[in-house]
Design a protein around this ligand. Structure first.
Ligand SMILES: *Cc1c(COP(=O)(O)O)cnc(C)c1O
Length: 364
């Protein structure tokens, strides 16, 4: 197996400290030790979620909770706000759950528009809305403050917000913004291995769930709450990952949230600088571009596949060559997780060494 450091936007590189935390002995999930572990991660998670509500641990990838949320809160119609691969797929997933759904589409590379959302919600047809905060496929970060200001004026509409690739990289105050269901996964912004999703549910959304049929079992919000009260999860969780999460939360506390947020801003700025200096530009407009990754238009016709292969083989780094319909047209560089100015500079130096070789030769 060829190993290289992952600089694509998820899964991202995992620290030695996190790998070590994964190797702690597995305990019984109904034991006192587990209850202690479960309780120990709550304060740190609540701080990152910006909530007073419990934070639930789901042994699944983020999609499990994205699907589960729709099944828990809607009996009428869901408004799926779409502006990239993940938000687009949520519409498909909503319909597959047997829910009525409307696709509110924005061009890839554009953010969702609060006014268009308001117009749609004013129809009174909806009891839920889905939003992806950071569209990892296009590198667009939606303005949650503006969107939630609109959504809050429709009290019957439960908001479900995916923060998979933005969580902990900037403040996302769930309670203050009025987000009803906020969810993330471990393998992106948190720089942990995949397999665990984290989510929190407002009181309002919890009451809604009580009245909804067909919630199933594995993602039933009421089961999560009932078990949370005992310091447990409904079914056997991925205990090694919870140890790694505990270790990561300690690291985040030691760095300090403000320093963590500032680090993401500066590593993202460095990436944008590399993009400009090398004659590329971002796929989305700079004003709504993400702070955790850059989605870069392949405007110089770089042979992306060959470039990335040599980057992996010779430099032991890997970037991402575009997602979904943007494959080949864009490439993506992540600054999520533990990356610093120094580690980003190592990547840029490696890319600089190889770049010329994979650009089309200019005709003289
Ligand atoms: C990766 C990603 C997902 C899907 O996460 P899984 O862990 O694969 O289920 C959902 N939303 C966004 C924004 C993502 O980047």
């Amino acid at each position: 197996m060829m190993t290289y450091k992952l600089f694509g936007p998820g899964p991202v590189d995992i620290s030695e400290k996190s790998y070590t935390a994964l190797t702690q002995p597995v305990m019984g999930h109904r034991s006192k030790d587990f209850v202690e572990l479960y309780h120990s991660v709550q304060p740190g998670l609540q701080e990152l979620f910006g909530t007073q509500r419990p934070v639930f641990l789901s042994t699944s990838s983020a999609w499990g909770v994205m699907e589960g949320a729709v099944r828990n809160v809607s009996s009428q119609r869901v408004l799926n706000c779409m502006c990239g691969a993940f938000s687009d797929k949520w519409f498909d997933v909503t319909k597959r759950c047997g829910k009525e759904a409307t696709d509110l589409r924005f061009e890839w590379g554009q953010p969702v528009e609060p006014d268009a959302i308001r117009t749609e919600l004013e129809s009174g047809a909806y009891d839920a809305i889905t939003l992806v905060h950071n569209e990892t496929s296009t590198g667009v970060m939606n303005n949650l403050e503006d969107v939630m200001e609109v959504v809050r004026s429709f009290p019957e509409v439960i908001s479900i917000v995916d923060t998979v690739s933005s969580f902990s990289a900037l403040p996302i105050p769930m309670d203050e913004l009025g987000i009803d269901v906020m969810l993330t996964g471990t393998q992106k912004a948190l720089a942990l291995p995949p397999g665990l999703a984290l989510f929190s549910v407002s009181e309002r959304a919890m009451s809604r769930a009580e009245a909804i049929e067909g919630r199933g079992y594995y993602f039933d919000f009421l089961e999560f709450l009932k078990n949370h009260e005992k310091g447990m999860t409904p079914s056997t969780p991925v205990i090694p990952l919870i140890h790694a999460l505990q270790s990561k939360l300690e690291e985040i506390a030691a760095e300090g949230l403000d320093a963590r947020y500032a680090r993401h801003v500066s590593t993202n700025e460095s990436t944008r600088k590399w993009v400009k200096e090398n004659g590329f530009h971002l796929f989305p407009h700079e004003d709504h571009a993400s702070v955790t990754l850059c989605c870069i238009k392949n405007s110089r016709e770089l042979d992306l596949a060959a470039f990335n292969q040599k980057l992996q083989q010779e430099k032991k780094f890997s970037i991402n060559c575009g997602y979904g319909k943007l494959k080949g047209e864009t490439f993506r560089i992540s600054n999520m997780g533990d990356e610093t100015e120094e580690t980003m500079a190592e990547l840029f130096a490696a890319m600089d060494d190889l770049l010329d070789e994979f650009l089309p030769r200019s005709v003289v």
